[in-house]
Design a protein around this ligand. Structure first.
Ligand SMILES: [Zn+2]
Length: 678
């Protein structure tokens, strides 16, 4: 800050920033209509943090800085719900659904309209607001008594900390984990040797019941709100209008809802979403059907257990049987040894499946999975094939309990359990499987992006002792490559050129490529931008790393440990001598504002064949000029650059009336762009 602010100025500025940040956040997470680029948000956020650090008294409960979590609880307090959360009666067939409609019609004396909503597979929560401020969040519990999880719910970005109106209101809905976050979380956990979550609902529940809200903050949870405990302050007379009203006052609601005039329309809706469910970004397990008019709901009332005016249609679980033919064990980059079931191919939820991860030895033992067992499989989060259970009735008579390996399938060294891990690990640092995985990772697209070095080629190089670590790649000569299978002069030269080109990469690619535990591509970028080069990063300490926004103690610890290793410094020397760039070449967030470019703040889709640039080059350049490159065309797209043979994306852009540029036009726009000055 240029001058010292008085407390009054600071208070005013903080209030402005809070309002603005909360609005941007709502636009992004609730309304799905982002209006500013991340760096604009980040900058305002940093300003607010600076003010709050100087004047801690100015921190309010609706400050976005309160979303990162921090307080660690000793346990969860009990919360009594003044108005209990009801549960719904389930129906499982069209007949049962029709019978429900018959009962409703009989009770009210005429046909009724229904509001249909997706049944999100998450955890029911209740959020309380006083004068528009979020004051308490609780789990459903048994419907009457739940647990206070306010601190954790604050970290969920779509939960408004402050409503648009100063209402006192209690709303209910579902807190869930989107499929993508679920898959990512499980991948990370598996690589870290931890237990995985069976489905997004368990993952959401596990995340919400963390005593340390910082952990919850990292889990990318989301919410859909669908009901109000007491409609007192609201105008709506129907469920459909209530959903619209909830959205208006700032809650995230699900937009797939539909008002159906008859039970036949309800059935069409059910069939439609039974098909669509696989493609939704979150998991659903059925459809909730409510009599739309509140006055009719009141007339129908409740049974002892549930409302008479609503029901939940449950989709049949998508589980199929197949046979486990074999269990394969593979060694990952960090030495975790993972079992995979090889199964007789079978169709489930839209695709043919023949392999499923069995995660770890405990998992196999817990489910008592054996070779030749018939098992039921399903897709977790509609994506990942999982073994639900063994069909014991079909187990062959001569079946033998599966014996877990005791030694690495590749190098033969003894496998161990580290700390509290469930995973088996090969801890031999020279284990060829790990070395090969490390090489594969180094050349991969988000790392050094070296084309032509597929797993087969790398494996041969390693086995022929041409390459034992990543620095050796830079010492390869044409005659070395020609000793490999299927590599002729031309491809050898292409590989050498690709390796040579990778030396110029901005350093975040190298940092990611080194394979430091827990350092993903995103963290690598943050570290690269902050420290500027690899030497500086290698000399940094825990405190300076953890001071960075979004870098936690696990990453910081891992980075420091990595660079404390003498062998790493030898590797760095070799890379340096080979001429590999150690500097950050990307643009800094603070500089982006000074960029002048037709791409700035624009969302761009590249499609068709480009002749002057590779996709990667075009993407990187546009991003350096403050643009964002995305994969699919939507209403949010500003420009579509169409190269040769552009297909459906071009058609879609034309339908939506989005600006379409030729590659020449893009080249001109790039020529007009001015980078930020140093
Ligand atoms: Zn090994």
């Amino acid at each position: 800050m240029e001058h010292e602010m008085t407390i009054d100025e600071a208070a005013k500025k903080a209030e402005e920033l809070r309002t603005q940040l909360n609005r941007w956040s709502r636009e992004y997470y609730v309304e799905d209509k982002p209006t500013v680029e991340d760096y604009v948000y980040d900058k305002a956020y940093a300003q607010l943090v600076a003010i709050e650090e100087q004047y801690p008294d100015l921190i309010t409960s609706d400050s976005p800085t309160q979303r990162v979590g921090g307080k660690v609880l000793a346990g969860f307090e009990k919360v009594t719900h003044d108005i209990p959360l009801y549960s719904l009666n389930d129906v499982f067939s069209k007949e049962e659904l029709m019978a429900f409609d018959q009962r409703v019609q009989k009770a009210v004396g005429h046909p009724v309209a229904y509001c249909c909503e997706l049944k999100i597979d998450g955890l029911s929560v209740s959020l309380r607001y006083e004068d528009g401020q979020f004051v308490r969040g609780a789990t459903r519990g048994d419907g009457t008594v739940g647990e206070n999880i306010t601190e954790n719910l604050k970290t969920v970005r779509s939960v408004p900390l402050k409503l648009k109106e100063p209402m006192t209101i209690e709303v209910r809905g579902e807190c869930f984990m989107p499929k993508r976050s679920f898959v990512q979380l499980n991948e990370e956990r598996e690589a870290d040797g931890k237990d995985i979550f069976a489905n997004p609902r368990n993952a959401a529940a596990g995340s919400l019941r963390q005593l340390d809200s910082k952990i919850t903050a990292k889990r990318n949870l989301d919410t859909f709100l669908y009901t109000v405990a007491d409609f007192g302050p609201m105008q709506a007379k129907t469920q459909y209008d209530a959903l619209e009203e909830l959205e208006k006052i700032g809650f995230h609601t699900n937009r797939e809802k539909r008002l159906c005039q008859s039970i036949d329309e309800v059935w069409s809706y059910i069939e439609e979403y039974h098909e669509k469910r696989v493609d939704l970004p979150y998991e659903i397990d059925g459809i909730v059907i409510k009599v739309n008019e509140f006055s009719l709901q009141e007339q129908l009332g409740f049974t002892v257990k549930a409302p008479r005016w609503a029901t939940a249609y449950k989709f049949p679980p998508e589980e199929v049987e197949t046979v486990i033919e074999d269990i394969e064990w593979t060694v990952g980059r960090t030495g975790v040894v993972t079992p995979t079931a090889v199964m007789t191919p079978v169709r489930v939820a839209g695709t043919t499946v023949s392999r499923a991860s069995l995660h770890n030895g405990d998992y196999i033992q817990m489910k008592d999975i054996r070779i030749n067992d018939t098992v039921q499989i399903y897709k977790a989060g509609d994506i990942i094939p999982e073994v639900a259970q063994v069909v014991f009735d079909k187990r062959p008579k001569d079946s033998q309990e599966y014996e877990l390996p005791t030694h690495c399938p590749v190098c033969g060294s003894e496998l161990v359990h580290l700390d509290e891990e469930v995973a088996l690990r090969c801890i031999n640092p020279k284990c060829p499987a790990q070395m090969k995985e490390g090489l594969n990772h180094f050349v991969s697209r988000n790392a050094m992006n070296i084309d032509g070095l597929g797993p087969r080629v790398l494996e041969q190089m390693y086995d022929k002792k041409l390459v034992s670590d990543v620095a050796d790649l830079y010492k390869l000569k044409e005659e070395d490559l020609l000793t490999l299978d299927k590599i002729k002069e031309k491809s050898a030269n292409n590989i050498l050129t690709a390796i040579d080109n990778s030396k110029d990469n901005s350093v975040e690619r190298l940092i990611f490529g080194l394979g430091i535990r827990h350092v993903g591509a995103k963290a690598a970028k943050i570290l690269a931008e902050h420290f500027g080069d690899l030497e500086a990063l290698s000399k940094s300490d825990f405190e300076s790393i953890i001071a960075l926004d979004t870098i936690g103690d696990i990453i910081a610890d891992s980075v420091v440990t990595y660079f404390s290793n003498e062998e790493v410094h030898e590797l760095m020397n070799e890379l340096k001598q080979a001429g590999v760039n150690f500097e950050y070449k990307g643009i800094r967030t603070s500089q982006l504002e000074k960029v002048e470019s037709p791409f700035k703040d624009k969302t761009i889709v590249l499609t068709g064949k480009l002749t002057r640039f590779t996709r990667e080059e075009a993407k990187e350049t546009i991003e350096n000029f403050g643009g964002k490159v995305t994969g699919s065309v939507s209403k949010k797209t500003d420009i579509v650059v169409a190269g040769e043979d552009a297909g459906s994306k071009l058609t879609k852009a034309q339908e939506l009336g989005i600006e379409v540029w030729t590659e020449e036009k893009m080249a001109e726009a790039l020529a007009e762009s001015h980078p930020a000055e140093e």
